[in-house]
Design a protein around this ligand. Structure first.
Ligand code: SF4
Length: 205
């Protein structure tokens, strides 16, 4: 019988795999690599973040610099800024969000594939910054959920990369399934039990 007609060897069958080595099992004394599905999913997600190609104002120049040769975001597997929101899972809101732009930002966010994350880059995206007026949304968290707030006007590319690495840490430790539901319930309960902001006195208390 020609070799291409022979049945494929199955796992568990008496096949001699002794010649096939991947190197890793030689390094591990026990021959096992132990982890959880949660950790594996987190590891893969955090190392394959693709940001949406999206910039709103001056902060976007710093974001572009972070992706260019001098700072080289590619070192973290993130050089692929996707032009289609369906291929992106990170929105870097780089710059002030005008009221006119807000529905567009929300639409792009809604079209992104889940799970997805967002960074409010700079004072304007985080809080409206110096533009305390009717034209600017006073913080992009009024329209989309924000995972990391990055201060500065504008933040330097190093700061953006630091925020991204912190987000990587957060994504790597994210829970799945029943564990995730438990965490969400705990966070919601803590939020409901917290003092309302209008009762907070800060240094005046
Ligand atoms: S934070 Fe500063 S640099 Fe960034 S968009 Fe606002 S004004 Fe421009």
């Amino acid at each position: 019988m020609p070799p291409y007609l022979l049945p494929m060897p199955m796992y568990g069958a008496a096949v001699d795999w002794s010649g096939i080595k991947m190197g890793l099992e030689e390094k591990l004394p026990s021959g096992f690599l132990l982890t959880t599905v949660e950790k594996l999913a987190g590891y893969m997600r955090k190392n394959s973040l693709w940001p949406a190609t999206f910039g709103l104002a001056c902060c976007a120049i710093e974001m572009m610099a972070a992706g260019a040769g001098r700072y080289d975001l590619a070192r973290f597997g993130m050089e692929v800024f996707r032009a289609s929101p369906r291929q992106a899972d990170l929105m870097i809101v780089a710059g002030r969000v005008s009221n006119k732009m807000a529905p567009v930002v929300r639409q792009v966010y809604d079209q992104m594939a889940g799970p997805k994350w967002s960074i409010a880059m700079g004072a304007c995206a985080s809080s409206g910054g110096m533009f305390n007026n009717y034209a600017i949304v006073q913080g992009v968290d009024h329209i989309i959920p924000v995972d990391i707030y990055l201060p500065g006007c504008p933040p330097r590319p190093e700061m953006l990369m630091d925020a991204i690495l912190k987000l990587h840490e957060q994504i790597g430790n994210e829970k799945l399934g029943a564990n995730r539901e438990k965490i969400i319930k705990e966070v919601e309960a803590a939020a409901l039990a917290a003092k309302p902001t209008h009762q907070l006195k800060g240094l005046l208390a």
